[in-house]
Write a protein of this length. Sequence first.
Length: 255
Amino acid sequence: MWKRKSLRINSILTVCLITYNQNAFVTEALDSIAAQKTTFDFDILIADDCSKDGTKQKILEFTKKSSNTSLILQKKNIGAANNHIDLISTPKTKYIACLEGDDYWTDPYKLQKQVDYLEANPDCSICTHWVDEKVEDKNSIVVENESYNGFHRTDYFDKNSVFQKEEVIAFHSSSIVFRCCCVPLIANMPSSVATGDSWITFACLTTGHGYCINENMSTYRVHSNSTWTPSSTYHRFLNSLHFLLRLSWSFPIQY
């Protein structure tokens, strides 16, 4: 089900927000998008995977006061990976920014800073930044805070530097802005892959280099309903192994 408004002709970026049963958090995500200050027009596209907890109602309320917002409302739950592919395959703008419904941006100039870098560096396909990780218990009380960027250093990175010793870099989705021309590669992501942000990073690096800005500009909320967080170490290992196998099959020359 679509609900599309007239999108601005001059928009160069689409904010892609993916949601599913995030009623307790989605308002903060939406407000952080609305707070962005840019010299360019941008659109907002939200894909909701048939939420049952009031998330969809909050999204619909947001669209009433946001003239540049369109929706993809799934008629049934199709899973995070398929919903994400539907979402990023739709925009026609030059750039795409990612956000999930339980995370939020903390710098009102985040999009401006990332687009400025991408505009000045046409050989860069993906721009990221540092992220604050906020761990909450079942009562939504913050029990731990830390910062990370998934790369252990800041600035330039490419497909030759994504494997570091025994680890693989992984930038959080809330930090990612990438060129829309990378979408066909990203859309090949198998629905069984649990680490979509890593897949986006690797796909983008087949067409250009990446750059990580040395600033914390978003918050990744870790809670009991997070997709990745509750997994056991064993299941995380299996998911990571599956990801690497599918990566090597999809990009055999690059990786």
